[in-house]
Design a protein around this ligand. Structure first.
Ligand SMILES: Nc1ncnc2c1ncn2[C@@H]1O[C@H](COP(=O)(O)OP(=O)(O)OP(=O)(O)O)[C@@H](O)[C@H]1O
Ligand SMILES: [Mg+2]
Length: 253
């Protein structure tokens, strides 16, 4: 269970997050949708204990993230929007490093590495330098490293990026399994069709504020639109703008 209350994050004069409040239940996948620069990654970094909020509260499994950020990091798996990996290590060295830092018992680590490596089909890259791997393979290394300690909470920032259809399906299955185990997931994506199939509820964030929240069906009803894409464009005031841009392109090109 995750609780976010009136979260604010300032970077100098920029207010990236302006009083965001939401909860994610046990066994729930919550989608964070919003245009570029709307505050998704900033919110997720705070949830993962990487950034400190300017004000507001974050509770993760009942733990106050400001009071005990280390404990929150112990029970959370975070996949950043750009993989942060050691380019000069091999994936297996990196997994062992993460396992060591997280204090995962040797046997449990070995079992989880084997199972996740097999699931994502990266066996043949285990001895290569991470720096030499393709973008999608690096993303898989990042995903696996976030799941090694069997976290209660997963924070996935555009985690499907770069994954081929098979790996995307595997990740989806893993998330469903995660859900069945009563864990909570926060999932950001720009691929609205994906949000529609994966998320139990979504929050639309715009200029650092949650402007609508609910199931995809509830949002469609609320916005009187038939697709999540139209809901999104309407709520983020982009529908007319997109039509204007398309018209201008037609006239000039
Ligand atoms: N470290 C930082 N220093 C200064 N400003 C920042 C920093 N990180 C984010 N911002 C600003 O905060 C705002 C929100 O950024 P954020 O990365 O959270 O957006 P996002 O919704 O994840 O966007 P995207 O869809 O492009 O990933 C932006 O205006 C961004 O420029
Ligand atoms: Mg982002």
């Amino acid at each position: 269970m995750i609780g976010v209350e009136d979260l604010v994050k300032r970077f100098g004069s920029t207010v990236a997050v302006k009083g965001v409040t939401f909860t994610v239940d046990d066994g729930e996948i919550y989608g964070l949708l919003g245009p570029n620069g709307s505050g998704k990654s900033t919110t997720m970094k705070i949830l993962a204990g990487i950034l400190r909020p300017t004000s507001g509260k974050v509770f993760v499994s009942g733990i106050d993230a400001s009071a005990d950020p280390l404990r929150v990091r112990e029970i959370t798996g975070y996949v950043p929007e750009t993989p942060i990996l050691y380019e000069s290590l091999t994936p297996i060295e990196f997994f062992n490093f993460v396992g060591g830092v997280r204090g995962i018992p040797r046997k449990a680590l070995q079992e989880r590495v084997e199972a996740l490596v097999r699931a994502f089909g990266i066996e043949k890259y285990l001895g290569e330098m991470i720096g030499s791997l393709s973008f999608g393979t690096k993303q898989k290394v990042s995903l696996i490293s976030a799941m090694l300690h069997d976290p209660e909470i997963l924070i996935l920032d555009e985690a499907m990026n770069g994954l081929d259809p098979k790996s995307a399906r595997i990740l989806r299955e893993l998330l469903l399994q995660f859900k069945e185990e009563g864990k909570s997931v926060v999932f950001s994506t720009h691929v609205l069709a994906l949000a529609e199939t994966i998320c139990d509820r979504v929050g639309v964030i715009y200029n650092g504020e949650i402007i609508a929240e609910g199931t995809v069906e509830q949002l469609k009803e609320f916005a009187h639109e038939e697709s999540l894409e139209d809901v999104f464009l309407k709520l983020t005031e982009s529908q007319d703008e997109v039509a204007g841009i398309v018209q201008a392109l037609r006239e000039t090109l």
